[in-house]
Structures are given as structure tokens and as C-alpha cells.
Write a protein that binds this ligand. Sequence first.
Ligand code: PLP
Length: 447
Amino acid sequence: STPQQVHYNTEAIQAMDTAHYLHPFTNFKALANRGAQVIVEAQDIYLWDSQGKRILDGMAGLWCVNVGYGRKSISDAVYTQMQQLPFYNSFFNTTNIPAVELAKALVEISPPQFKHVFFTGSGSEANDTNLRMVRRYWDLLGYSERHVIISRHNAYHGSTVAGASLGGMSAMHAQGSLPIPGIVHIGQPYYLEGGKGLTQDEFGLKAASWLEDKILEVGADQVAAFIAEPLQGAGGVIIPPATYWPEIQRICSKYDILLIVDEVICGFGRVGCWFGSEHFEIKADLMTFAKGVTSGYLPLGGVMVGDKVAQVLIEKGGDFNHGFTYSGHPVACAAALENIRILREEKIIEQVRDETGPYLKQGFDSLLDHPLVGMVDTCGFLAALVLVKEKAENIFDMQMFPKDLGVGQICRDHMFKHGMIMRAVGNRMIVSPPLTMTIAQIDEMIA
Ligand code: PLP
């Protein structure tokens, strides 16, 4: 169905936007010169802008609108909850029913070691929570010196001071004197960048060995935790070789280092199972989630806390001096409950695993016939293609475009102009569509 066409005064909206609104991750002056595209409505996998143009959203918003746009049952659940109890906090010996029910639902769908949840308002806040929780855990066990957290270059763990420090984005570190002390980084498992002369499996082991090197450099008795996304999303959909995660797991166990898995993108069906941990067989101690928990309909995030950490925090912890006004917000939790019900009852994740995910892979693989597409990576409903200047038989012999040409951004802008949203990360073009995308819609996207 096409949303009704309303007349919007685009120029006036853009002028107000420029005058008052500082957008996230944006060059303010450049945006003022070009004017933001005003998005006014959405249905299913499509957006409409203020001039009536339809756009296929290949990114599900920001990797989050997993059940697609326009779900009336989510807005009904939100409306009903707002009428009954729009807000009350859970700080001072109170709770609310949607938060309790959501905690139970999350435990049911998470790997079995997770029986507790700490709610936040976003993925960034959830990773801040991780940082405080793992340090608190070691403090309580009498190992206060274990405070260093190891992360990876090009990881994305959020935009708060701790989140951006845990992340490995050099452009973010360059602003605001980051990372904060006690956070160090190792290389990412990106075969194309570091795997020359090695098989994928050999490279996976090599990239995992950087964790052991760093632990030994810092001193195992100083390290609290290792944090990583199952696959790096915002870093460009970097899928690690099959040998990587088992070796990371072995190293964490060997040195008794807590493993934090950041499932903000991979969670809630994105890779064809509830969490990326299932796909990569990761057994983590803490698990960050956000985005897909509400399909982005309302802000919500949190940390699933594994038994090992939860027992110490509960039994020995006393007060945990951390939390947010919106932790366990009843309306956001009501949206999440309905979102999870939809994912379950419509068997959307099974569909991605068995049918539409493999079809998306086939579609992306077919793009390898294009002279500018050198490589394709897919995992569930995440896909990336690498734009190259000159293809070659061996991927390491391909000629890349110069970085400063911004070829990804040129391609992204071109796609946007022609009615489709993709994300550009350097020369990698990404899609992460709503999980409800049909076979016919995949054909449309690929075309
Ligand atoms: N962690 C990962 C893996 C993410 O991709 C993101 C956001 O893209 C975050 C954390 C931060 O989440 P938020 O933007 O909700 O703070």
C-alpha cells in the first residue's frame, strides 16, 4: 500500500533543520549546503520522502527495523502501555510488568548461561554497563588490578565516552582524547587486509593469536575482559574465518578472561538465529543487545548477564551504583515484547535461515559478474560487496580504488538518488535489510 500523499514544504523543513538540528555523525556545514532528505513515512521495507519518492531501505534504518515498518500491533502495544503506565523507574524497590515479562522472554531466547538482564536505553549505554560490570566483578573477587579491557580496531561499540573507547574507530578516537585509560585494541580478523599468503583458516588463527599476544603484553593478571561483535557490523560486515571464534574462546578460557559479545547488530535474527553467538558457537559471559530488540520502534538496550558474573554481583555485590532513568522503561519493554512475539510467531528468523537468507546470498553472489564488484560476503541478512578498480583471479591481486576518492560514498549517494539505501564503509557497500524482505523484494534490491 502507498501511504497517502501529503504536501510537505520540503524547503522550509530543510531550512529549519539547518538552522537548529545538529545531526549525529555529520559534517554540519556540508549537510547545510546539500539539505537533508526529509523522510516522512514508512511501510514494510520502504520509506517515503517529503517529495513522495519511494526508497527501498536496504539498511533497515540503522540495522534495526527487523520486523519491517508499519507494525500496527507494536504501536497498539505502546499506546496501551502509555495509557496504563507511561513511566516509572525501577530504582527504589519497584518494578513494572513489561520489564519483568521482557526479562523472562529474553532469557528464553538467549544462550542458556544467561538468566539475568540489565536494561539500558541504548547499545552504547549497555557497553558502558559492561565496562562497569566486569571491573566490579573482578573487584568483588579481590582482583582490582584486573581492569583492562581488550577490544579490536574497527570495532563499533557505541558513541558514549566508554562505548567509543571500547570501539576501535580511529576517527572517533581522534576527537575527545579517546580511548580512555584501561582499554587497548588488537587487529581485526579482516582476511582481505591481513590474510595475504594464508588460507582463511590460517588467518583466523593468526588474528586470534593477537589476543593472546596482547594479554601477555598487558599481563594476564591485569586483563578483565575481551569485547567483540560476532562479526564486525559498522566496521564493514567483516566476517571472521571459521577458526577465529573457537580460538578466541580457548584463549579467554586459558587466561580466565571474561568474554563480552556485542550482539547489537547480530541479535534478534539478523544472521538467521536469535543471536550471532549461536551462529559462531560463542559462549560469552556478557552479551550486549539493543536495536533489533524493539526493531527500533523505541530506544532500548541492555546486557544479558551470564551466571558466572551474575552470581558474584548478586551474592557478593551489595549496591551496584549504576543505572539509567530509562532502564526497564515500561513502554519500550512493551514494544520489545510485541516485537519478539512477531519474530517468533511469524517464524521470521527461520525464514531468514532457510529461505530468504540463502536467496540473498545467491543474489549478492550474482553481483560478482559486475566489473566493479571484486568480492562478496554474506551472513544471514547481512551482506557486503567490495568495489574494486580492476578485478583479478586472486583477491589479493585486485586493484583497489584510492581511499581518498570516496568511491563507496559516491556509490551510496547514487543508490540513494535511484531509490535505495545502502551503507558505504570505505570501499565496502553494505545491506542489512528488514528480515521480512520477500524473495520478490530481494530481486528488486539486487536489480
Ligand atoms: N554496538 C554495536 C555492535 C553497534 O552496532 C552499535 C550501534 O550501531 C552500538 C553498540 C551502539 O548502539 P546505540 O547506537 O544504540 O548506542
